[in-house]
Design a protein around this ligand. Structure first.
Ligand code: PLP
Length: 456
C-alpha cells in the first residue's frame, strides 16, 4: 500500500515548502495514524510527535470528541453563508468564547481559513480603518526581517525570511522591514539592554524616515517562530508598543503560534508580553489543527469604525466563503472546552519550564550553540564553533541530520536549515520530556560522529 500511495503522491501532489530535487529520490514518510502524543507511519512505525503536527495539534491527536462535534455539526448543518445578515450557532458561540478569553478590549472576531489569511485580513482592516477615518495616506506596514506571517501575497510580503520569497515577487511598496530581535546573534560585546535600545532606536529612526503619517501598522510575532524561535530582549515589546501609540501606528500581534497554550496562556500578548494589540491574529491551536481555521481579533475602537452604525455604515467588502464555517467553529469550541477541562495552559505553566531546563542540558554537545525559546516553543541552534557562532556549511545538512537521527530513535522534530525546532502537543509530561531529551542526547552524539566522519 505504501508504494501505491507514494506513486499517486509524487505524480500528483505538489507539496508545500519542498525541495523537488530531493523529493523524487527520497520518497515520503506517509503518516497514516495518530493517537495522543504519537503519530504512526503506514509501515507501522510509531513516533513521538515533537512538533504538534506543525505547531498546531495542541490538545494532541485522536480526540474523538472533536471528531464527534464536527460530525454532529456537519450532519445538522454543514455549511451556509455568513455574509450579510446570516449566521450560524457555532460561529456566534465561538466568537463570544474567544472574546471572553482574549484581552478585555478585543471583542470582535473576523474568521479566516488559516494564519496567512488572518494576517491578510488584518492588513485589509487596518487600511480600511484609516481610509474610513480620513487618513488614507497611512498605508505602510512595518514588519521585521526573518518574520514569518504566511504565504498568501500580502502575508508573504510581510514575511521577512528572504528564502521564502526567492523567485516570487512581493508587494514591497507596502512593507518596510526592521531587524529581527536575535539575542544570540546580537553584535559582539553589546549587552542585552543596549541591544534593546538599538532595536527600538531603529524603529524610531524608521518612523522619522517614512513619516508617521504614512505608517499604518507594526506587525510582530511575540516570539519569532519559523525565523528561529527568537526571543526578544527584556523590555522590547512594550517599548515597541509605546512607539506605535505615540505615532498613531496600529499594533498587530501575530499569535498564530503563541496563542492557545504554547506559552501557558490562551493568548500571550497581554499576559506574557504586556501588550494591548489593536488586532491579534491566530490560527493553528485555535482548532488544534483538526480543521483549517484562523481569526483576527479586533479591538473595540477599531470595531467602532468597521462595524457599528456610528461607523457611518457602508459595506465591509472583505471575507471568505468559509468565514465562520460552522464545522470549523464547532471543532474549535470543542478544542477550547478540552483545553479548559484538562487545564492545559496550567500544564504548560508547570511543565514548560521543565522542558526548557532539560533541553538546555544538551548544550554540552559540540554542535549545540544555543538552546532558546519559551515553554513549548523551543529551538536548538547548531553551529560549527561555539565561541564565534560560526555556522556549518549548508552541505553538512546539520538540522536534517539531527532530525533524521531523532526519527530513527522514535521522535519527530523539525529541521529548519541549521536549526531544530521543538513545539510539542500541550499534553507532554515530565516523563515524556525525559524520554525525548534522552533521544536527543543520543541523536546529537551520533551527529557529532557522523559530521566528523564526513569531514565537517
Ligand atoms: N503566522 C505565523 C507566526 C506562522 O507561524 C504561520 C504558519 O506557520 C502563519 C502565520 C501562516 O499560517 P497558515 O500556514 O495557516 O496560513
Amino acid at each position: 500500500q505504501a508504494h501505491a500511495v507514494w506513486e499517486k503522491d509524487k505524480n500528483h501532489f505538489i507539496h508545500p515548502f519542498t525541495d523537488f530535487s530531493t523529493f523524487h529520490q527520497q520518497g515520503c514518510d506517509i503518516i497514516s495514524d495518530s493517537d495522543g502524543i504519537y503519530v504512526s507511519d503506514i509501515k507501522g512505525n510509531r513516533f513521538i510527535d515533537g512538533i504538534a503536527g506543525l505547531w498546531c495539534v495542541n490538545v494532541g491527536h485522536g480526540r474523538k470528541e472533536i471528531g464527534d462535534a464536527m460530525a454532529e455539526q456537519a450532519t445538522r448543518m454543514a455549511y451556509f453563508s455568513t455574509f450579510n445578515n446570516l449566521t450560524n450557532i457555532p460561529a456566534a458561540e465561538l466568537s463570544a468564547k474567544l472574546a471572553s478569553l482574549a484581552p478585555a478590549h478585543l471583542n470582535h472576531i473576523f474568521y479566516t481559513c488559516g494564519g496567512s489569511t488572518a494576517n491578510d485580513v488584518a492588513v485589509r482592516l487596518v487600511h480600511y480603518y484609516f481610509n474610513r477615518i480620513g487618513k488614507p495616506e497611512k498605508k505602510k506596514i512595518i514588519s521585521r526581517k526573518n518574520a514569518y506571517h504566511g504565504t498568501t501575497y500580502m502575508a508573504a510580503t510581510l514575511t521577512g525570511i528572504e528564502s521564502n520569497n526567492w523567485m516570487f515577487d512581493t508587494l514591497d511598496s507596502h512593507v518596510s522591514y526592521l531587524s529581527e530581535a536575535n539575542c544570540y546573534r546580537r553584535p559582539a560585546g553589546m549587552s542585552e539592554a543596549a541591544y534593546c535600545d538599538h532595536l527600538v532606536g531603529e524603529f524610531e529612526t524608521r518612523i522619522t524616515e517614512l513619516g508617521a503619517d504614512n505608517i499604518a501598522a507594526f506587525i510582530m510575532e511575540p516570539i519569532m517562530g519559523a525565523g528561529g524561535v527568537l526571543v526578544a530582549p527584556e523590555g522590547y515589546h512594550t517599548r515597541m508598543q509605546a512607539l506605535c501609540r505615540q505615532n498613531d501606528i496600529l499594533l498587530i500581534v501575530d499569535e498564530v503560534v503563541t496563542a492557545f497554550g504554547r506559552l501557558g496562556h490562551f493568548f500571550s500578548s497581554e499576559k506574557v508580553f504586556g501588550l494591548t494589540p489593536d488586532i491579534i491574529t491566530c490560527a493553528k491551536g485555535l482548532s488544534s489543527g483538526y480543521v483549517p481555521l484562523g481569526a483576527a481579533l479586533i479591538s473595540d475602537s477599531l470595531y467602532e469604525v468597521l462595524g457599528t452604525p456610528q461607523g457611518k455604515g457602508g459595506v465591509l467588502s472583505t471575507g471568505f466563503t468559509y468565514s465562520g464555517h460552522p464545522v470549523s467553529c464547532a471543532a474549535a469550541l470543542k478544542n477550547i472546552e478540552i483545553m479548559e477541562r484538562e487545564a492545559l495552559c496550567e500544564n504548560i505553566q508547570r511543565v514548560g519550564p521543565y522542558l526548557e531546563t532539560q533541553l538546555k542540558t544538551l548544550k554540552h554537545h559540540a554542535t549545540v550553540g544555543d538552546v532558546r525559546g519559551s515553554n513549548f516553543m523551543m529551538c536548538l541552534e547548531n553551529v560549527a564553533n561555539k565561541e564565534t557562532g560560526e555556522l556549518l556549511p549548508l552541505e553538512a545538512r546539520v538540522g536534517d541530520r539531527v532530525a533524521e537521527e531523532a526519527q530513527q530513535r522514535g521522535l519527530i522534530i523539525r529541521p529548519v536549515g541549521h536549526l531544530n525546532i521543538i513545539s510539542p502537543p500541550l499534553i507532554w509530561d515530565e516523563a515524556i520530556i525525559d524520554n525525548v531529551v534522552a533521544i536527543l542526547d543520543a541523536s546529537f552524539s551520533a551527529v557529532t560522529e557522523s559530521l566528523k566522519k564526513d569531514g565537517f
